[in-house]
Design a protein around this ligand. Sequence first.
Ligand code: GLA
Length: 728
Amino acid sequence: MIVLDKQSALFTLHTRNTTYQMKAGAHRVLLHTYYGPRLENEDLSRLIRGADRGNCPNPSEAGMDRTFSLDILPQEYSTCGVGDFRLPSIELELPSGSRTADLRYTGFELRKGKYALENLPAFWSREEEADTLVLFLEDAAAKVAVELYYGVLEDCDLITRAVRVVNKGDETVRLCRCASLCLDFPQADLDMITFHGRHMMERCPDRQPLRHGVQSVGSTRGASSHQYNPFVVLCGRDTNEEYGTAYGIALLYSGNFEAAAEHSQFESSRLVMGVNPYHFGWDLAPGESFTSPEAAMVCSPNGFGPMSRQLHRAIREHLIRDPYQGARRPVLINNWEATLFNFNEEKLLSIAKAAAPLGIELFVMDDGWFGKRDDDNTGLGDWFVNTDKLHGGLEALVPKVQALGMKFGIWVEPEMVNEDSELYRAHPDWALTVPGRAPARGRNQLVLDFSRKEVRDYVYGQLHKVLASADISYVKWDMNRSLTDVWSAALPAERQGEVFHRFTLGVYDMLERMRQDFPKLFIEGCCGGGGRFDAGMLYYTPQIWCSDNTDAIDRLRIQYGTSFCYPPDAMGAHVSAVPNLGTGRTTPLDTRGVVAMSGTFGYELDLAETTQAEKEIMARQVAQYKRCWELVQKGDYYRLTDPFQNPLYNAWSHVSPDRRKALVSVVTGSTYATPPFMTLRLKGLDPALRYRVNDGDSYSGAMLMEAGYPLPLPQDDYLSFQLLLEAE
Ligand code: GLA
């Protein structure tokens, strides 16, 4: 709900449990007055005070009033070079050479339903589920208009934001920075949690108190990256899973981003998040506009648990699109860890034949099926079947897999090219390279200039042919190196700052085309595992391969960190062989199943080589997943322990929305003598109900939550337990 007080230009956005407020105050400066737990009928600007403070300038309109300073006031969208020295949200380079931006409120517009963004991912809603507020700001001297968009998804407690900048003048203006979100807080005694990582160990939470100055994370790699995720949490110093205020803020963007927080001189703080200003500059000719990616925010008064569950719900219900919203993800078998590049039709079919009787529903043929691709040095760019490996092509293979009762899926890496490929030999200028400099290689491959439409059109044409040649249900869209040598032959020198962003828009364009042309196709995102695991990608690819690390124990940490923003049904997770390819660790098959089942379940090992006993366990796992999938995909997710802290055991649960059913998973650490007796306290149950556990004894919800459930003593390393709770 949006409440307006036109007289005092007070704008209040209410979701079910939160309130967000702005006010165009004196001199039409748009102030941010509040974001937090819901408050009724309050003008929070009463809390804002001014004072004459040294070295804090006053805008000219303030005349002799030295207490009005942009440097002190909480800003809704911070400016630059005109008196606020904290983090700017926008920077303009004007025809005069000036790099300032000064914004004043000019008006508003209310719309039913949620706004959409052209060519960018965004949360969506039906008209009755959301409202939009647009606030208009203007830099009169620069003749630049700025529109601030707010989407209010009341039921989900989600507020989205985006910014559109329009050049209203008659000369070109350069946009050097355009954040999606600026969020001022009156206090700075906050912690910031960022999610850092690396290839094979993504999204590890890092909690640090804000300190004076700026702290930031971001990416300059052309993808949102393994290293830092475009999601941050700001929270009270004492906030935990169930207690304290927590703000979860996600950027729907898969390219270079920056999230920066500043603790100011007067003990207030500011978060600014958006496209990374590194190597960014966008020329706006007269009449042209630029739209920022979307940012989305939730605020939980009761800790991280509800914060994550709000985000999960919003992503499931308002980001994932048809036909995959709420639909069960197929249990899949992928041949990558089983064969790497070394396979032919016979080998693939041997795996498929072993998979079908286990209840596996989708066969995914990974890297190596196209061009001349026998290792990772050649072939990328040549999207036609390698008939040395697959004699009859996809036309022959796909029906054979389907005859086994399974669907068929395929791996692609469209943004890349190997120098040893037909594509590169024909179009060497299509790879990103800086004139006069030999480009850096990554995995021995170069990056195609996806900012160029003709490059995208060509690659898309090739992919379209493949997808239309057989009944392909699934695509794994991979991206295995960071961008370097970012320079486009299609743009003049002064517009090279557009290339990174245009590259990301190009990726979105390709994904959207694929969705439109093949509406039933299920696309899984991937980027050397989880290097582009962000809310932007989820709009196109409802699940993302969470990490190349398939070790069940490492996955506990990766999936835990990922769950702070993203729901389990977005996390690709597979059972792989032991010793694990990445870590060398051996874990029981049961445990690998329990961990993978907490995401979108699949297998990635040579099933043709597994024993009968292993197959029986796998068949039971698949049956268990099919029994519990609604809990995993639609249930409320509870982190019961922190795998970075608890060496003894790790636990989490999925609880049905009506709280009548729950799946609790526990994995123990490495064992030692005389361990303590472990009692696991559950969360999210109905205290008044009695739950039968694994069709056996029953316990009250109150007992399970307050006193706990007795876990067996572990007799070995890395054991697992799964409890299926059903209300009597
Ligand atoms: C990336 C992916 C893997 C696999 C390989 C194939 O690393 O994350 O799952 O597809 O590429 O080359």
